[in-house]
Write a protein that binds this ligand. Structure first.
Ligand code: AMP
Length: 291
């Protein structure tokens, strides 16, 4: 595995690969890797000749009171994992190479950055879109792999790629969960065992919502009540939101007709966690299955 920190060096290697006709897949991360990240790498490995992964804890996507300084960092372990998973190039830029002195350009995907996490994390998605555009410009991959875990982030990046005609294929990988159902996240490292038990309320709420949809509940308001009832039995979970939205536009869906995204977020202690589930009414599932 090649490892580089300078953008110019990464661009040169990727340019050579492209000239050789190699198909490049890119998996951007913030490190502290877990099986969710590695599932993206595995999928990238399957549909490309070269896999590039970046590890960059992007200061621009953290709010002033958020966890940038204490975000978990585990470089030696990450490096070994990426090597073992067949990554060809690890890009580990310095903050100053991504945001050189005087850097003033920001990318805002308007509208999609407002609901869900946008409400409690103002500026977060501008940080995300800006860094992803910069990384894409350096690597110029054929395929970009993102996780469904960050569904709003994926929707925003997909819209940016479309709007700016970036010519990269964006692919999403499903959420990887721990055995108890908790969605894997680098931030799970912050949780004590007691906090972890509370954090599970997010997933249990989603499961209850899915069960309700299977029992033919079609009202988002009813689903909200179902989820909130589950959350009440997890008093250590401080809910941020529970929304039923269209998976692409993120607009609220009052009724569950086709596929909807149920997105949740909450705090356990100082740790903010998110999770989501795509659900469809049984009839819609049957139609899709029959097609
Ligand atoms: P992060 O390091 O948190 O910025 O995540 C890097 C990429 O991994 C993003 O595309 C995430 O959506 C994805 N990812 C994070 N956690 C998971 C998970 N549990 N399952 C699938 N993908 C994930």
């Amino acid at each position: 595995m090649i490892e580089r920190t300078r953008p110019r060096a990464v661009s040169a290697i990727c340019e050579t690969w492209r000239a050789q006709g190699r198909r490049i897949a890119f998996v951007p991360t913030m490190g502290a890797l877990h099986a969710g990240h590695l599932s993206l790498v595995r999928r990238a490995r399957r549909d490309a000749d070269r896999v590039v992964t970046s590890i960059f804890v992007n200061p621009l996507q953290f709010g002033p009171r958020e966890d940038f300084a204490r975000y978990p960092r585990a470089l030696a372990r990450d490096r070994a994992l990426l090597r073992a998973h067949g990554v060809d190039l690890l890009f580990r830029p310095a903050v100053g190479d991504i945001y050189p002195a005087g850097d003033a350009t920001r990318v805002q995907v308007t509208g999609l950055d407002q609901p869900l996490c946008g409400r409690s994390r103002p500026g977060h998605f501008t940080g995300v879109a800006t860094v992803v555009l910069k990384l894409l410009e350096i690597v110029r991959p054929h395929v970009l792999w993102l996780g469904q875990k960050d569904a709003q982030q994926a929707a925003i990046v997909e819209r940016m790629v479309r709007d700016l005609r970036l010519g990269v294929r964006v692919r999403r990988a499903p959420i990887v969960r721990d055995r108890d159902g908790l969605a894997l996240s680098s931030r799970n490292a912050y949780l004590s065992p007691a906090e972890r038990a509370q954090a599970l309320g997010l997933w249990r709420g989603l499961q209850a919502a899915r069960a309700a949809v299977r029992r033919r509940t079609r009202s988002a308001a009813v689903l909200r009540r179902v989820v909130k009832a589950v959350w009440r039995s997890h008093p250590g979970l401080r809910p941020d939101y529970m929304e039923v939205v269209d998976p692409r536009t993120l607009e609220p869906a009052a009724a569950i007709r086709g596929r909807v995204l149920i997105a949740v977020a909450g705090y356990v202690g100082r740790t903010r966690l998110i999770d989501n589930l795509l659900v469809a009414p049984p009839a819609a599932r049957r139609r899709r299955g029959a097609a």
